[in-house]
Design a protein around this ligand. Sequence first.
Ligand code: AR6
Length: 175
Amino acid sequence: MSTEIFIDRGDITTLKVDAIVNAANASLLGGSGVDGAIHRAAGRELLAECRTLGGCSTGQAKMTQGYALPAKFIIHTVGPRWRGGTHEEPKLLASCYTSSLQLAVANGVKSIAFPAISCGVYGYPIEQAARVAISATREFLKCDNSLEKIIFTCFDDRVYRAYLDAERTDDRTDR
Ligand code: AR6
């Protein structure tokens, strides 16, 4: 079976999927942006579980329950801060997608939604980040097709357009 990829506008906290991905920081103890929204929607039990995880390195991922969210699990990953592009940002961002997908598959997840990791507070240029997201995901799918559905959730129009462009560009370079 092949994995379907969707690019949708919306709020990731409302999605009824097996797992949503959180763009967290290394403490895993919450913050602003999508992280804050996920913690608010999941409830205080999420913070209690996050406290037991011992943080997370940039490019890695850790999983918790979804608590009050419609999603069963939350995969917390830490994107790189944009520092001009010369500090391994593309490699670290790609690793966020790959690590999250690996963790999802290892836990039997069939449907997963990603936000635009690093594209808010961490300042990663959206067009470049979207290309990394799409290409890292497609690379992963060459070796594993156990996921049924991957959703890139775009919170605003600019992110949405960047993902659509990235998908088209990646399609062309794939041939
Ligand atoms: N659903 C989907 N996407 C969202 C939502 C939502 N509810 N809310 C925001 N976004 P950011 P980062 C988009 O800043 O850049 C936090 O404080 C947002 O529009 O949430 O990885 C953490 O604790 C943007 O496109 O994450 C870290 O300290 C994207 O999510 C730091 O920010 C990511 O923006 C991480 O920064």
